[in-house]
Design a protein around this ligand. Structure first.
Ligand SMILES: Cc1cc2nc3c(=O)[nH]c(=O)nc-3n(C[C@H](O)[C@H](O)[C@H](O)COP(=O)(O)OP(=O)(O)OC[C@H]3O[C@@H](n4cnc5c(N)ncnc54)[C@H](O)[C@@H]3O)c2cc1C
Length: 437
């Protein structure tokens, strides 16, 4: 051990790397840190390339943010959250107890700098357009990849390529949305506007409170918990090692690169390391002197047995940012965005608010057979784009984090792109928008 200097989690190596390499103990082509949907899809595409892969997960896969989300696979979400209108609305929402958006004032440098960048991008059209194109690339590629993958009936995850409704109560809001749809149309993601009997015939679960819907047939949905279960089972069958309850605590670092990861009482060697740790990613790389602009955005969901009259496909109640997702035997309401750090307290008002919103729009908004209340931390970046890149400081560390509200929708293309970057191939979509810089 005298050959190693340990400081704040990083192990600086002098000649111990050589020793480990000779031992070839616990060595993999790629070690992935984080077993959420992003880490697992990276493992999937790296395994297809024939690489030996190890996934290390701090807790349990079924407890990640990727587990309890709303299950939407939505190319329709190309627009980033940033907009001048959102800034105005957010200023009002901050003082409203049941609002879909909450910011707890925090005075640390990372949070303030993130908020400043978010506001700046909200007011800069060019930046918003750039984000939109970047998001669109990943969303449409992932939608295609899901379609190919899940057409195989061996995947048991409630895959439903039946579209998504964006439902509005106020006629004015419904009509204003047409401007967004016009832009999405140019990107090839067109919606069908539906009002009156056309809407209610197509979606009989809605009440008259729903004025109109923009229906995106290209969108899809699945049950994210079932997807994680299927994916991890299939990966294990193909020889990928997935070890849960194994937090990575530090890095084995050599000149300009990493050669493995450190756990409490073991280490694993790797030719390449992928960081897929969602909202905690900045903390993970602090010791490597990397700064990642990612903060947690807390969201809630409630899952129950299916009500008797449930929607035929997912519905977004756009003015309230609440989603209702139906599956074969269960049903989920989800939403809200709290910027309150990694605060793990559970706010029951948020769950009540999901039910209150659903009660306005749906004839049977929820069932009494409750399954679970849940919250998770979305990994939010100020421009709405994820970071999919080689670390600027370490040639064999790859970053796959910051997927905002769309990690599930962007996961297959992210995994594919990471496998292409590691393999030195030309990426199937332009990687530039996702670069850390
Ligand atoms: C209410 C809600 C609804 C949402 N709805 C949708 C939706 O409909 N569609 C959509 O596309 N997206 C949705 N999202 C967003 C989506 O859930 C996230 O973008 C996605 O889960 C991020 O995936 P990830 O793999 O990057 O992070 P995570 O799922 O958070 O996974 C990261 C993993 O890294 C592990 N980890 C952390 N530290 C370590 C360590 N030291 N060592 C090892 N492992 C570590 C964590 O335990 C965790 O399991 C929603 C989110 C919320 C909260």
């Amino acid at each position: 051990m005298d050959l190693i200097t340990i400081y704040t989690g990083v192990i600086k190596v002098k000649s111990i790397e050589f020793f480990y390499r000779i031992m070839d103990r616990n060595k993999f082509d790629v070690v992935i840190v984080g077993g959420g949907v992003i880490g697992l899809f990276c493992a999937y595409y790296l395994n297809l390339q024939g690489k030996s892969v190890l996934v290390l997960e701090k807790g349990e896969i079924m407890k990640s943010c990727s587990y309890g989300n709303c299950g939407l696979i939505s190319p329709s979400h190309a627009f980033p959250l940033n907009s001048p209108q959102l800034l105005l609305k957010a200023a009002k929402w901050v003082f409203q107890k049941d609002s879909p958006f909450y910011v707890r004032p925090q005075w640390d440098k990372e949070f303030l700098s993130w908020m400043f960048d978010f506001a700046k991008i909200s007011l800069t059209k060019n930046q918003r357009v750039k984000s939109m194109h970047g998001r669109h690339g990943l969303l449409t590629s992932s939608r295609d990849l899901y379609g190919e993958l899940l057409a195989d009936s061996n995947w048991n995850c409630n895959w439903s390529p039946s579209g998504i409704h964006f439902v509005f109560h106020k006629r004015k809001c419904f009509e204003e949305y047409a401007k967004k749809d016009d832009i999405l149309k140019i990107l090839g993601v067109a919606a069908q506007p539906l009002i009156s009997s056309e809407l209610h015939d197509m979606e009989p679960s809605l009440t008259e409170y729903a004025y109109g819907s923009w229906y995106y047939p290209m969108d899809a949905s699945l049950n994210p918990g079932e997807l994680l279960m299927e994916l991890s089972t299939k990966l294990r069958e193909r020889g990928v090692q997935i070890i849960e309850n194994s937090p990575v605590e530090g890095w084995l670092e050599s000149n300009g690169g990493l050669f493995g990861v450190q756990l409490a009482d073991s280490e694993y060697l790797a030719d390449n390391v992928v960081l897929a740790t969602g909202s905690v990613s900045p903390k993970m790389v602090e010791n490597l002197k990397l700064t990642l602009p990612v903060i947690p955005g807390k969201g809630y969901s409630i899952t129950m047995k299916s009500p008797n009259v449930q929607p035929k496909c997912p519905i977004i109640f756009d003015e309230h940012k609440v989603v209702a997702t139906p599956w074969k035997d269960s049903y989920r309401l989800g939403g809200t965005m709290e910027f309150s750090g990694h605060d793990s307290s559970f706010n029951p008002h948020r769950i009540e608010n999901l039910k209150t919103v659903a009660s306005k729009y749906l004839k049977e908004p929820y069932s009494q057979e409750h399954v679970s209340n849940w919250f998770g931390w979305r990994p939010m970046t100020p421009d709405g784009l994820p970071i999919i890149d080689r670390s600027p400081r370490h040639s064999n560390l790859f970053l796959a984090c910051g997927h905002n509200m769309l990690g599930l929708s962007m996961a297959p293309a992210t995994g594919k792109m990471i496998s292409e970057l590691i393999d030195g191939q030309v990426c199937h979509i332009d990687p530039q928008p996702y670069s850390l810089n």
